[in-house]
Design a protein around this ligand. Structure first.
Ligand code: UT7
Length: 367
């Protein structure tokens, strides 16, 4: 049975920064309240010309480059997102086209902020089963498009960004060691974005009722999150045959510093073992775990052989944890430049569009 190694990682963060002071000019809030209650100081907001796919493509290409893997070698692309580009087509298909992953299957996965853990586990299991060899898993968000900028209880929390992992089959033991995925739909109402789906398609009424905005019962989500972060971590560690003492790093979903602090206490682990960057990016939903992982690696914290727990929770309600032995950089052969990937993908995409146009033209003539 092949092992599923994390061999590439990348992130993409929009440049525009929205600070707590900026928010204090928009709603009745202040920097002190936001920092005390959440630990957030600032977040990034996508430019008008940046979409969920734009950030996903950037993060994905960086991850492929780190893995030294050509997009054409990918078998599968999963984009986990709480703010997908459309209901359909899947954001993953836009990514597939833009990076030129000619033979990859592609789909979106919706498990809200737990999505990256679910998606990584799905990719890892496909590799473990032998059905695929190379996968690209991306968490990407432009949640700022769904935030009600007049609602101080939610607009202070969320930010935009993307993070990605490449997973590859190898005979060498390691990589993804275990994972647990859970859900409890009885808590569905506590975190929602109802508008735009089949039950509430966009109408003047749904717009007037604010159904296209994120709505949240913050206290309920907080209670749920503090309960499941520790329990899921313990469960996944037990499945991997590990104890908390064996863990080098916990990379939690970055929603609120106090939630992470409570999980650390529950697990009786020092906060220093938790990778935390919620202060700079806020809650980027599916992107928060891979972004934190990339930063931990770039800062020299996360090293080859480290045992890592990725743990998250979100709307649904969903939660999960995944234990991995961090593979780290693999020796580079000949490194392709990201622009080479993009150029190749663009040419391929144009060629396919031209073929479809010609096919349509010829079939009309035949009729
Ligand atoms: O990926 C999952 C996403 N969601 C989460 O992780 C959310 C989890 N929940 C939380 O992080 C916290 O519940 C919040 C940060 C959202 C809120 O913190 P809280 O300690 O639960 O505050 P609260 O909602 O109980 O509000 C306390 C007070 C209220 O005033 P009163 O009624 O006590 O007078 C709020 O109106 O703080 C007020 N408040 C604010 N004040 C200043 C609420 N939002 C703000 C604000 N600025 N932005």
């Amino acid at each position: 049975m092949p092992y599923a190694h994390i061999t590439g990682w990348g992130m993409s963060i929009p440049e525009p920064v929205l600070t707590n002071e900026d928010l204090a000019k928009m709603v009745d809030t202040n920097d002190e309240w936001i920092r005390d209650r959440t630990g957030i100081r600032e977040r990034r907001i996508a430019r008008e010309d940046q979409f969920t796919s734009t950030l996903a493509v950037e993060a994905g290409i960086k991850a492929l480059q780190a893995a030294n893997l050509a997009p054409t070698e990918l078998d599968l692309i999963i984009v986990a997102s709480s703010s997908p580009e459309y209901i359909f087509p899947a954001t993953a298909c836009i990514v597939q086209d833009q990076i030129g992953a000619a033979k990859a299957g592609a789909f979106d996965l919706l498990a809200a902020c737990s999505g990256f853990i679910y998606a990584t586990n799905m990719a890892a299991q496909s590799i473990r089963s032998g059905s695929i060899k190379n996968a690209l898993v991306i968490g990407s968000e432009t949640l700022s498009r769904f935030v009600n900028w007049k609602d101080r209880s939610t607009c202070i929390l969320f930010g935009d960004g993307a993070g990605a992992f490449v997973l590859q089959a190898s005979e060498r033991p390691g990589g993804v060691l275990s994972a647990v995925m859970h859900s409890d739909g009885s808590g569905a109402e506590s975190l929602t974005l109802l508008g735009g789906g089949a039950r509430y398609p966009a109408t003047e009424t749904t717009l007037a009722e604010g159904k296209h905005y994120i709505q949240m019962d913050g206290k309920a989500v907080f209670r749920f999150a503090t309960r499941v972060m520790g329990s899921a971590t313990k469960e996944a560690l037990a499945l991997a045959g590990l104890k908390t003492e064996d863990v080098d790093w916990i990379i939690p979903h970055q929603a609120n510093f106090r939630i992470i602090e409570t999980a650390a206490k529950y697990l009786k682990m020092p906060l220093e073992k938790f990778v935390i960057n919620v202060d700079r990016y806020g809650n980027t939903s599916t992107a928060s775990i891979p972004i934190a992982a990339v930063e931990a690696f770039e800062k020299g914290k996360l090293k080859s052989g480290d045992k890592v727990v990725f743990v998250g929770f979100g709307a649904g309600l969903t939660w999960g944890a995944l234990v991995a032995e961090w593979t780290g950089p693999i020796p580079a052969k000949k490194q392709a430049h990201p622009e080479q990937y993009r150029l190749f993908a663009r040419l391929r995409s144009w060629a396919r569009r031209a073929i479809r146009f010609l096919e349509g033209f010829l079939s009309r003539r035949e009729l």
